[in-house]
Design a protein around this ligand. Structure first.
Ligand SMILES: O=P(O)(O)OC[C@H]1O[C@H](OP(=O)(O)OP(=O)(O)O)[C@H](O)[C@@H]1O
Ligand code: HPA
Length: 184
């Protein structure tokens, strides 16, 4: 089923705004302070998980006040669906991770399968440590074994979200807030 521009506009018109931009900016700044305290001397490689991690990574990086190397990885398991499947690696880590400290940045820890698998793959590549930062930790009891984030911006209720990197059927990653789809 295709999803039209009119339907995309309607989804936004009917959505609930859960967290606005000022609150999100404050949460990102606080995450940046905590990560700087914890990782400033660790010479990390910072990975953005594309596509959803784009906005949080871009904004958070400007709050990380220490030397780091940045790269992206691309893994997806939802596509345009609202429930996740098997993780598909589109761009695996390319850098030499052996002995390195890693920070993985993503938009959301939902069931956690994506980040569990990414952390495992960094560990298997010989990383010395792997930490995870997410803008959103979704509150429910369906988390995968080992699902965990070291740095969290906001804890959000169990609804289907969009905005700040998260999409609904491929749309509204650009929405300037955390929104919940009507009825989901
Ligand atoms: O905790 P989980 O249940 O595994 O879900 C979280 C993942 O789902 C989304 O990615 P998605 O697969 O939708 O790809 P995208 O980043 O391109 O939107 C999101 O960006 C996280 O990476
Ligand atoms: O609530 C969500 N919204 C968008 N993408 C997602 N990927 C996992 N959970 C979500």
């Amino acid at each position: 089923m295709t999803f039209s521009i009119d339907e995309a506009r309607q989804v936004m018109a009917e959505a609930d705004l859960l967290h606005g931009q000022a609150e999100i900016n404050a949460a990102i700044a606080k995450m940046g302070e905590k990560i700087t305290e914890d990782m400033a001397d660790s010479n990390p490689i910072v990975f953005c998980v594309m596509n959803g991690g784009l906005i949080i990574a871009g904004q958070l990086l400007t709050h990380l006040n220490f030397p780091l190397q940045y790269e992206y990885i691309h893994a997806t398991r939802y596509g345009d669906e609202t429930s996740g499947g098997k993780l598909l690696w589109k761009v695996p880590p390319k850098a030499d991770l052996s002995g390195r400290n890693i920070l993985v940045i993503d938009d959301i820890l939902d069931e956690g399968n994506t980040l569990v698998e990414i952390v495992k793959s960094c560990q298997a590549a010989g990383a010395a440590s792997v930490k995870v930062a997410v803008l959103i930790d979704k509150q429910h009891n369906r988390k995968a074994d080992g699902a965990h984030a070291d740095f969290v911006g906001l804890s959000v209720q169990d609804r289907f979200l969009f905005g700040y990197g998260m999409d609904y059927k491929g749309y509204w990653r650009n929405a300037p807030g955390i929104y919940a789809v009507k009825g989901l």
